[in-house]
Design a protein around this ligand. Structure first.
Ligand SMILES: Cc1ncc(C[n+]2csc(CCOP(=O)(O)OP(=O)(O)O)c2C)c(N)n1
Ligand SMILES: [Mg+2]
Length: 601
């Protein structure tokens, strides 16, 4: 099959399709969109996410062409699609792929790009763009993606490129994948002019060879040399109160097992960085807790009192450093050994005693083999760190009919250990962060998907993506505000037969902001109240089971029923507005704020 097509500039004359005719597959020239999808198949991409646009019909045709090798998951909003691609990147360590149309599609997807940037997740966002013949006239939906996504924008893409020559699609796709994975992983944006995608991929006039998809790109690991290893060992031997903070992206089950051996050999307490709570197994006797929003106060004190922080993998962002107070920038009080895959992250914010460029995977393997002394002087310190973690399970008394620690205990009891646990942003997540013990990557699976950048609306689509990609059980914790940012993706779940169990904590407000509001402007409620829909009925309308509960004893049966269903379930949990955080009631926060106002007068 072939047909003639005249395109702008006279460069695209004929469009051919590839035919697979049984044993004798004939390779006829393709169009750009088909070659692009072939390149993704070659990179091992199993699922791509997106919302269609007329700007990239040729790519949709490519997905049709390669439908046996790659699945294009149709989303209902580009924010949901980008979050799903980000979740794919987190789960597989390979770039998650998202396709969106120009202006409105790309701007909707930007939240996922920002999330991938702050979470250091490999991802490639493909944007169908205006045709070259109309560029720079502010054509329909035209946006300058270099300015919008960066890299000079800082916080969006690692790299933004446009493919103008159809023959160079393989080169650009391979570079995007390499850039997304190497060093500090992150998102890359590739812009695809509509006319370029529809062009025929013709043989090179000199070599007469057709452009071919390049072979799969592998991540380049930065190794841990023997000199930094011996320096690290000497530094560690001089320490009295060392503490490991593990996290960041680029971990594998083998690396997590190696980290565990290193911790055991040296009897080191290990904390996990904010929203990388599955890096070190929370059930391990050397686990010290997570360093993030709502940190266990004794752990915060121990970080400040430690004399050596071994940060393996995390970039040590604002949330993992208690707003740069637990580890002060630019010169920490503790000795800091910072191990990170990217040279750019080292000595950027924190002046490290020892800065080592190595991927966490390589670092952990090297550290696991580092000879340890017979006994370490900090054994009591390590024990105390872990005792603090266990003591934090003792809940503060809270009003209302819903005992949240008991609800989390039910989850812990009934969710299979390989469950992927996801959340977006809001105080609802703090119940999981404090009371749920995440199974570590060392057991073979990534079990937490959560946005380091605090993006609301992440948990629901990330969970659905995890169900589609892994087929494992999925649990999502969400809030009444958080859910409605991407609840429409339940339609995607139902369309693809994906099941997630969602618990929605309904407190009738953007509770996190209300909490901060009471602290700063007590008793002046503004912009934080919510009048909500019937969430259980809404879930049912999408094809999920939906139930609403008001008392603790209703939760366990609701969870067991959800586990036994083939389709997903949303359990709406009515939560007393006073239960604003795991430690304090709303009234106590207001009271403290009023008293401090009084003191200032
Ligand atoms: C996309 C996005 N918009 C706004 C915010 C600011 N924000 C953080 S938490 C929050 C409220 C979350 O409300 P809800 O989901 O109901 O959870 P709750 O705090 O009540 O438990 C808001 C508005 C954000 N983090 N992300
Ligand atoms: Mg709420």
């Amino acid at each position: 099959m072939n047909w003639v097509r005249l395109a702008a500039g006279g460069t695209c004359l004929v469009r051919f399709c590839r035919h697979n005719t049984g044993m004798n597959s004939t390779f006829l020239p393709q169009i750009g969109g088909q070659l692009l999808v072939q390149c993704l198949v070659e990179q091992g991409v199993t699922h791509a996410f997106g919302v269609p646009g007329e700007s990239y019909l040729a790519v949709l045709d490519g997905f049709y062409q390669y439908r046996d090798q790659i699945q294009f998951i149709i989303n209902r909003q580009e924010g949901g699609a980008a979050f799903m691609a980000e979740a794919y990147g987190k789960l597989t360590g390979r770039p998650g792929v998202c396709f969106v149309t120009r202006g409105p599609g790309a701007t909707n997807a930007s939240i996922g790009v920002h999330t991938a940037f702050q979470d250091s997740t490999p991802m490639v966002l493909f944007v169908g763009d205006v045709a070259a013949s109309t560029r720079d006239r502010e054509a329909f939906q035209e946006v300058d993606y270099q300015s919008f996504f960066g890299p000079s924008t800082k916080g969006f893409a690692k790299r933004v490129e446009r493919i103008d020559d159809v023959a160079r699609i393989p080169e650009y796709v391979a570079r995007a994948f390499a850039t997304a994975m190497n060093g500090r992983p992150g998102p890359v944006v590739l812009v695809l002019p509509e006319d370029m995608l529809a062009c025929t991929v013709l043989p090179n006039p000199i070599t007469r060879l057709l452009p071919q998809a390049l072979p799969r790109v592998e991540k380049v690991e930065s190794h841990f040399g023997s000199e930094p290893l011996s320096k690290l060992r000497n530094t560690l031997l001089k320490a009295k109160r060392p503490l490991v903070i593990a996290g960041g992206s680029g971990w594998t089950p083998e690396a997590a097992q190696a980290l565990q051996r290193f911790a055991e050999n040296w009897q080191l307490p290990v904390a996990n960085a904010f929203r990388f709570q599955d890096t070190f197994d929370n059930h391990h006797p050397l686990y010290a807790g997570d360093v993030g929003i709502g940190i266990n106060p004794p752990l915060a004190a121990r970080i400040q009192a430690s004399d050596l922080i071994l940060a393996i993998g995390p970039r040590l962002g604002e949330m993992t450093t208690g707003g740069y107070t637990l580890i002060e920038a630019p010169l920490p009080k503790q000795k800091l050994v910072h191990v990170h895959a990217s040279a750019e992250e080292l000595n950027r914010v924190f002046h490290a005693h020892l800065a080592i460029q190595a991927s966490p995977a390589q670092a952990a393997l090297a550290l696991a083999d580092m000879p340890a002394p017979e006994a370490v002087p900090w054994a009591d310190w390590s024990q105390a760190c872990c005792d603090d973690y266990l003591a934090n399970f003792q809940p503060q008394p809270m009003p209302g009919l819903m005992d949240m620690p008991a609800l989390v205990a039910s989850l812990q009891k009934h969710l299979p250990p390989d469950t992927v646990v996801t959340n977006g942003a809001g105080n609802f997540a703090s119940w999981m962060h404090r009371f749920f013990r995440y199974h570590g990557l060392a057991k073979g699976h990534k079990t937490q998907l959560a946005p380091t950048n605090g993006a609301m609306g992440y948990g629901v689509p990330a969970g659905i993506a995890a169900a589609i990609i892994t087929g494992r059980p999925v649990f999502t914790m969400t809030g009444d505000g958080d859910f409605l940012m991407n609840g429409q993706e339940l339609a995607t779940a139902v369309q693809y037969g994906a099941k997630s169990i969602i618990v929605l904590l309904n407190n009738g407000m953007f509770g996190t902001i209300r909490m901060h509001q009471e602290r700063e402007y007590p008793q002046r409620v503004s912009g934080t109240e919510l009048r909500n829909p019937d969430f259980a009925a809404l879930a049912q309308a999408y094809g999920y089971a939906g139930v609403r509960i008001t008392r603790t004893d209703e939760f366990e049966p609701a969870l067991l029923a959800a586990l036994s269903r083939t389709q997903g379930t949303l359990i709406e949990v009515m939560l007393d507005a006073q239960v604003i955080s795991t430690r304090a009631t709303l009234a106590s926060i207001t009271q403290a704020a009023l008293e401090s106002e009084e003191d200032r007068r």
